[in-house]
Design a protein around this ligand. Sequence first.
Ligand code: ZN
Length: 132
Amino acid sequence: MIIDHSVRPRNFKTLESAQSAEGYNPLCGDRVTVYVRMEGDRVADAGFQGEGCAISKASASLMTESIKGRTRREIEDLFSSFRALVTGAADPDGRLGKLAVFEGLRDFPARVKCGTLAWHALCAALENVGRL
Ligand code: ZN
């Protein structure tokens, strides 16, 4: 699934009138810009642009799929579960769904930043909400 999402990333697009933020991972050279358009407190649409390794692309692709329709609070919870998963925790309640494919990153600590890069950019973009 990671390969599939890196070769054919979903939501690989810019969004008009959306909040955005960039992320850069100097360890690997990954760059990503995440776009998020809110309706009230929920994500109406999300997209990303950038270049980087397969993990960073697949993570951004799966992330943008996973956050649509969610509130900022739900996204914060999802990110903390995701970050815990890739650094060694389990996903006992299965809330991560497809995102659980990144479980294997725990065996490659140097790649954890590749997997969380898009999430950090997303959080930065969400912090810009209401401050355009
Ligand atoms: Zn990378």
